[in-house]
Design a protein around this ligand. Structure first.
Ligand code: ES4
Ligand code: ZN
Length: 334
């Protein structure tokens, strides 16, 4: 219908998508074949069976277990390139203008994949997407919070040259939120910020964790963005702070339903965010696992909230203004 066309044409920015979470059954099995990778006993053996398994996850950890098995098929630079570029193609078809993408270096290095293989593949896909598809891109490295912070610090040091070259634009924190609170990673964030004062910082917080995960990410990690952040609604003072400090929440509606954080999109505190003046963007998180790319997430929000055009323009504007692209690109999109 015409609202779908309107949402397609709206200049959209994505701030929360894990490249490893764009690995769907359609690419997973061919890559497994190409690289002679076998799966644990009981793992689905066909696209249909795997799609069925991805229909519902009991919680974040249940999903992450599948996510780490999935990424085991990524071996060669070409695999990382193919993965990222096929995501950019899908996103461009959805009417995406600007994409800030996460990747998990530790998930590859701990399997023996050299970090330069991962980053070169992703970087080449970003460059081709900018050139051929006209979307702008930024790479954000994430630390896995279930691993010790000493490992995180070594990871940061191991990618120093890529931060120097400007290939990596920010730092994030992902994986199992509880029981790994943000304060565990204060040393990693402060070390990177000391060496690269212009680096952008974000962290997953307030998806399964409470509002203290959000405020401690702001206070201790000095992030300027929060990934998810939906549990901020449980703390009115925090909501006022997010509005005052113009912190962007990168929310992921279909993800929250699939991981049973909420029963349906209508339960998300999106109308409250607007009322408090808290900025947010709408994102796909792990689209191959959660049943929808960026446009599906916009449509799901519209089906539950039925926002008027003015509100949709406000959402798009806030999403552009909260992006980590340069001012010139923002002006093109606004
Ligand atoms: C993730 Cl939904 C989500 N939460 C935390 N870590 C993640 N890594 C990939 N998807
Ligand atoms: Zn995420």
């Amino acid at each position: 219908g015409h609202i779908r066309d309107f949402l397609h044409e709206l200049p959209k920015c994505e701030h929360h998508v894990h490249l490893e979470g764009t690995l769907g059954p359609d690419l997973l099995f061919p890559l497994a074949e190409r690289n002679c990778i076998s799966f644990p006993n009981g793992f689905p053996t066909s696209v249909e069976e795997l799609e069925k398994r991805y229909k519902k996850f009991s919680d974040l950890q249940d999903f992450l277990n599948h996510y780490y098995i999935g990424m085991s098929v990524l071996i060669k630079e070409q695999d990382f390139f193919d993965l990222a570029y096929s995501y950019f193609e899908k996103a461009e078809k959805d009417g995406l203008w600007h994409s800030e993408v996460f990747f998990d270096p530790q998930g590859h290095v701990e399997r023996g994949i050299p970090i330069e293989i991962v980053i070169n593949g992703f970087k080449k896909a970003c460059e081709k997407a900018e050139k051929e598809l006209g979307i702008t891109t930024k790479l954000i490295m994430c630390l896995l919070r279930h691993l010790p912070s000493e490992d995180g610090l070594l990871t940061i040091k191991s990618v120093n040259t890529y931060y120097e070259k400007g290939w990596i634009h920010g730092l994030g924190l992902d994986s199992s939120e509880k029981p790994f609170p943000p304060e565990l990673f204060e040393n990693c964030y402060s070390f990177l910020k000391k060496n690269f004062p212009n680096i952008q910082l974000t962290a997953h917080a307030g998806e399964e964790g409470g509002p203290s995960y959000v405020s401690n990410s702001l206070d201790l990690l000095k992030v300027t963005r929060i990934d998810h952040g939906i549990n901020s609604i449980k703390d009115e003072k925090l909501m006022e702070r997010l509005a005052n400090e113009k912190i962007l929440l990168s929310i992921c509606p279909l993800s929250n339903v699939k991981l049973q954080v909420v029963e349906n999109v209508g339960q998300l505190p999106i109308a409250e965010f607007i009322k408090y003046g808290v900025s947010f963007s709408i994102n796909s998180d792990d689209p191959a696992y959660f049943g929808g790319y960026i446009l599906d997430n916009y449509i799901a929000v519209h089906e539950s909230f039925g926002f008027d055009l003015e509100t949709w323009c406000l959402i798009a504007r806030n999403s552009i203004n909260g992006s980590w692209c340069d001012e010139k690109r923002k002006l093109e999109m606004l």
